[in-house]
Design a protein around this ligand. Structure first.
Ligand code: HEM
Length: 392
C-alpha cells in the first residue's frame, strides 16, 4: 500500500485527497499501522465507526501533543506531548472545557442568528464585485474572501489582506506557491497587536477582545487566535470551492437546488461531507487497548481520516455521489464529541447563505481548466478553480 500518499503534502498537491487508497484501507484494515518514510509512525483510522468511537473517548484517546502530521518529511519521531504548545484543539477535559468555554458564547446559534444579516450583506457585496460574464478563479476571487470577511467581523479587524496572506502562508507552508509569503514571527506580531489594542481600550466587543481579557496567559491567547484564524478560513474556503466544483460539474444537483432553495441547508452539510476539508487530526492512546480488533499500545498515535469516514459505505448510501438532499447525513466533517468544531454553526450558515445568494444570480457557469489542490496533509482543498460564468 502506498502509505506515502497519506502524509506527503506534495502528493495532496498533485492528486488531492487519496480517496482510492483510503477506500482500500477502510475495506481492508480500518485501523492500520503505518510507517511512512520520513514521517513518524501512526495508526491510520479510516472507518466511520472507528473515527467516531475514538473521538468520543477523550479519556482513552488524548488530544495532547501534536495534533497533525509534520508539514514536511525529515522527522520520524513525534515530539513529546509536553513540548507542544497547548491549544483548544490539543488538550483534554477538564482543561479543554475551560479553554473551549472562553470562545463558546461567540459561536452559539443565537449569536449567529444575529450575524446572519451581516453575512448576507457581505455575500451580496462580494458577488457584486464578480458579476457579469467573466473568466475567474473561483477560489482566489470568491471562495477565499467570503470566510475571511466573516472572520474579520468576528475578530474585529479590517485587515483582511494581512489575514489572508498569513493563513495561506500557514496552511500552505508545504505548498511552493505560498512558502515564504510570511516572514517568521509576522503572524504572532500581528495577533499580539490585536490583543494589546483590546487591552489598551478595555474592549470586549469582539472575539479578540473577549480572548484578550480571558484568564489565560498570552501564549494561550495567541494560539487560540491563531487556531480560529486558520480553522475559520481555509476550511470554509475549501468547502465553498469544492462545493462549487461539485455543483458545476453535476448539473443535475445544481438544478435540484435551484428548483428548491430550501435544500441549501442540507446542501451545505453535504458539501462538508463531500469536501471534508480537514484531512486528519491526531489522538494518542492513553492505555493499551483494542480498536477494531487490533492491539494499540499506550503512547501510539492515531490519525483520524475524516474524508474516509465520510465516504464509508457502511454508513452512507452511494457515498461517492454528491447529493444535495442527502438525509440523514451523519458525516464527521466537523469532528464529533469533545472537540466538535466550535465554528460549525457559523461555517454552515456561511455556506448556506452563500448558496442562497449566488444561485438565483447564476445564469451560466462552467469549469474552464484544471483544478489545482493545496499541497497540505491537514487542510487539503481546491486552491484554484478556473471558471467562466454569467452572474447577474
Ligand atoms: C467547513 C468548515 C470547517 C470544517 C470542515 C471544520 C472542521 C473541524 C474539525 C474536524 C474539528 C475537530 C477537531 C478534533 O476533533 O480534533 C474542528 C474543531 C474546531 N474548529 Fe472547525 N471547521 C470548520 C470551520 C470552522 C470555523 C469557521 C471556525 C471558527 C471561526 C472553526 C473553529 C474551530 C475550533 C476553535 C475548533 C477546536 C474545537 C475544540 O477543540 O474544542 N472551525 N473543526
Amino acid at each position: 500500500v502506498d502509505i506515502g500518499a497519506l502524509v506527503e503534502p506534495a502528493r495532496y498537491g498533485s492528486d488531492g485527497i487519496p480517496y482510492g487508497l483510503l477506500a482500500e484501507l477502510r475495506r481492508d484494515t480500518p485501523v492500520r499501522w503505518c510507517e511512512p518514510a520520513g514521517y513518524p509512525p501512526f495508526w491510520a483510522v479510516t472507518g466511520h465507526s472507528e473515527v467516531r468511537d475514538i473521538s468520543i473517548a477523550p479519556g482513552r484517546f488524548s488530544s495532547y501533543g501534536e495534533i497533525a502530521f509534520p508539514f514536511r518529511s525529515g522527522r520520524t519521531e513525534w515530539y513529546p506531548a509536553d513540548s507542544v504548545p497547548r491549544s483548544v484543539l490539543g488538550t483534554d477535559p477538564p482543561f479543554h472545557r475551560e479553554l473551549r468555554n472562553v470562545a463558546l458564547p461567540y459561536f452559539k446559534p443565537r449569536t449567529l442568528r444575529a450575524l446572519e444579516d451581516r453575512v448576507r450583506e457581505l455575500t451580496r457585496n462580494l458577488l457584486d464585485t464578480v458579476s457579469g460574464t467573466r473568466d475567474l478563479d473561483f477560489v482566489t476571487e470568491v471562495a477565499a474572501w467570503h470566510p475571511l470577511r466573516m472572520l474579520c467581523e468576528i475578530l474585529g479587524t479590517a485587515d483582511e489582506k494581512m489575514l489572508l496572506r498569513l493563513t495561506n502562508a500557514f496552511v500552505g507552508s508545504a505548498d511552493p506557491e505560498f512558502v515564504g509569503s510570511a516572514e517568521r514571527g509576522e503572524f504572532s506580531r500581528w495577533l499580539y497587536g490585536l490583543i494589546s489594542d483590546r487591552r489598551a481600550r478595555g474592549s470586549r466587543a469582539d472575539l479578540a477582545g473577549v480572548l484578550a481579557h480571558a484568564p489565560l496567559d498570552d501564549e494561550d491567547i495567541l494560539i487560540y487566535l491563531l487556531i480560529i484564524a486558520i480553522a475559520g478560513h481555509d476550511t470554509t474556503r475549501s468547502a465553498l470551492a469544492g462545493g462549487m466544483h461539485a455543483l458545476v460539474t453535476q448539473p443535475g444537483q445544481l438544478g435540484r437546488l435551484r428548483a428548491d432553495p430550501s435544500l441549501c441547508e442540507s446542501a451545505a452539510n453535504e458539501i462538508v461531507r463531500w469536501t471534508s476539508p480537514v484531512v486528519h487530526f491526531m489522538r494518542t492512546a492513553v492505555e493499551d487497548c483494542e480498536v477494531a480488533g487490533v492491539r494499540v499500545r499506550r503512547g501510539e498515535r492515531l490519525a483520524l481520516f475524516y474524508p474516509s469516514a465520510n465516504r464509508d459505505e457502511a454508513v452512507f448510501d452511494e457515498p461517492d455521489r454528491f447529493l444535495v438532499a442527502r438525509d440523514p447525513n451523519p458525516h464527521l466533517g466537523w469532528g464529533v464529541g469533545e472537540h466538535y468544531c466550535l465554528g460549525a454553526n457559523l461555517a454552515r450558515m456561511e455556506i448556506r447563505v452563500f448558496l442562497e445568494e449566488i444561485l438565483p444570480r447564476l445564469a451560466e457557469v462552467r469549469v474552464t481548466g484544471e483544478v489545482e489542490w493545496m499541497a497540505s496533509n491537514i487542510i487539503c482543498g481546491v486552491k484554484h478553480l478556473p471558471m467562466r460564468w454569467t452572474l447577474h
